[in-house]
Design a protein around this ligand. Sequence first.
Ligand code: PLP
Length: 402
Amino acid sequence: MGVARVISQRMIKMTEGGSAIRAMFEEGARMAAQFGRENVYDFSLGNPNIPAPEKVRESIVRIASETDPMELHGYMSNAGYPEVRAKVAASLNRRFGADFNEDNILMTVGAAGGLNVLLQTLLDPGDEVLVFAPYFLEYGNYVSNFGGVLKAIPANIEGNFQPDAQALREAITPKTKALLLNNPNNPTGVIYTEETIRAIAAVLEEKQAEYGHPVYLISDEPYRELAYDGRKVPWLTGFYRNTLVGTSWSKSLSLPGERIGYVVVPSACDDAKLIFDAAVIANRILGFVNAPSLQQRVVAECLEEQTDVAAYDKNRRALYEGLTDAGFEAVYPDGAFYLWVKTPEDDRQFCDRAKKHRILVVPGASFACPGYVRIAYCVSFDMIRRSLPAFRALAEECGLSK
Ligand code: PLP
């Protein structure tokens, strides 16, 4: 019996897609075994290299040893512990002058869990979700999980990858249920400015009035805390009423494996109560049930903690300077920990060429934007330093050297 009869057609496609990522992992491991780990420059993964703040470990140990196990490990409200949600709300109010309470916060299994919860809550089969390219390609899977259709708005290359509100106006249709916005952006490292956000909000306002139904703005912002040069990341609920936020502590506290994040459903949203109640059910029936109990308590104690942004900043500067000196053209990142580099040839071909120099990077095609590569600089500074001669040799081979 062929494989087509065993697993779903949709999963066959995803398995094929997933094997490209697996192949990259395997390639990294193979190269490390062959050349020694220190001689392979693996910039492919967005896995933070900075340890979680010490307070996270202290909180885990203390909470685990001091809390009654029945209380610590049991089920709770599917939305999460009320006192944790209240603390998250208070922290947002302090930081952004918002007015949230525990009924606006749903604890989730990372940002990915939160986005899936929101999309299950909003989408009927055939509903469209818009996104500006380049974007985190998993969005396509998240949207199709619920029968939705992800439509990409082409990258605004001339506008230095700031989303173009006019392009949104051209792409939006009465079937558009939501716009997914990721700020700071993976893969470009660009922070969408207040001006950009205002222009997007104006189009959404105009269109939802025209269509007579809400168009939600879903803000995916796990990189919010990673902003450089004093740059501010606009807090979107202040710009557009129908904003829903999905985020996590995966990058801001280096906890991606712990799967802890949250969703914000502001009371000002159209049908806020309905959305929140449905999202709680989605959290349950997607099989998450609730966010991890220990981690909820831990993050509630670590809301003021910060990762070492200065270390990422040092990497950012060294890599940008090193690569542009070598002759590459790159977007100077405002946030996150990615450098977005223009390729002098087809991006997949360039990635293969880079491998010969023991450099692993991700093709722009993996973010719906060929002609670029993403370099994740959440790696040791030492690796960046050691990799620069390899990048220089790569530039020379491509005829770029200055
Ligand atoms: N959104 C973007 C843009 C990401 O880059 C990632 C992870 O890399 C996620 C969502 C998922 O984050 P989490 O690990 O918190 O689920």
